[in-house]
Design a protein around this ligand. Structure first.
Ligand code: FMN
Length: 236
């Protein structure tokens, strides 16, 4: 990335233009207020995003997008996802978990699975926002699901810290306007935290020098051996 500004991408998994989008906006606006941060949003309401079929064509072609399914999963989404330094996932709770729409979207990031395994997103930071109709409708569980999605795609988790450990929990009261002051404050704090962490990592990598900046973040010392292990198991 040539620019010094960090790029933060919010992904809203609601099928409605409603409270989840407002909670994500609170987080992204707060992130922007940190300075040196560009924010982008992908809003999935009204979009037809199908689930990955695990056909493997994207991996075979190494094209960086899904060349098989014809739906609203456009190349611009892949570009935004590939380039960003940070991600905030936001979803309404549907039966205590993320919407199928968001899960479908994330499943379509399969073209980047090899890059992720090779540490391409190892310096990326991410956080999560869960919006339920109830105060205690499963936000905690849903945040774990979102954080798992981030981790499974190579992103490092930024939680809320104390007192909202694993991300922002919002209660919509099943209305269409975000009125939950605590939830909004959590979303704002999370947005700022993700933004700061992206900047700190960027500056830290620069200060540490090229060898660390280009290092593989898998956490294994001998990544060659690891890659070979995957290859012989047909996973490479
Ligand atoms: C199919 C379905 C399942 C839901 N399950 C839950 C749930 O488990 N817990 C909860 O608190 N709210 C649940 N809700 C309520 C929504 O999470 C809530 O209305 C939320 O604000 C919707 O987000 P939106 O305003 O962005 O559309 C459910 C709603 C639907 C349609």
């Amino acid at each position: 990335m040539t620019t010094d500004r960090v790029k933060l991408l919010g992904i809203c998994g609601s099928p409605r233009d409603s409270v989840t989008k407002q909670a994500l906006a609170a987080a992204l606006n707060a992130a922007e207020s940190v300075g040196g941060v560009e924010v982008y949003g992908i809003y999935l309401h009204g979009k037809n995003i199908q689930c990955c079929r695990n056909c493997g064509v994207c991996l075979k072609l190494q094209c960086g997008y899904c060349p098989v399914i014809r739906d609203d999963m456009c190349r611009e989404y892949y570009e935004l996802y590939r380039k960003c330094d940070g991600i905030i996932l936001a979803t309404p709770l549907y039966y205590m978990t993320a919407t199928g729409l968001l899960q479908n979207f994330m499943s379509r990031m399969r073209p980047f699975s090899r890059d992720a395994r090779q540490g391409a997103f190892g310096s990326r930071m991410g956080g999560s926002i869960a919006v339920g109709g109830m105060r205690n409708g499963g936000q905690d569980f849903c945040l774990s699901v979102l954080n798992n999605m981030l981790q499974a795609t190579g992103t490092n988790i930024v939680g809320g810290g104390v007192p909202f450990y694993n991300g922002a929990s919002v209660c919509s009261g099943n209305g269409s306007e975000l009125k939950d002051e605590i939830g909004m404050a959590e979303a704002e704090a999370l947005g700022k935290k993700v933004a700061y962490m992206c900047k700190i990592v960027r500056q830290g990598l620069r200060a540490a020098g090229e060898s660390v900046a280009s290092a593989n973040f898998l956490g294994f010392e001998d990544t060659q051996a690891l890659a070979e292990g995957y290859r012989v198991r047909g996973l490479g």
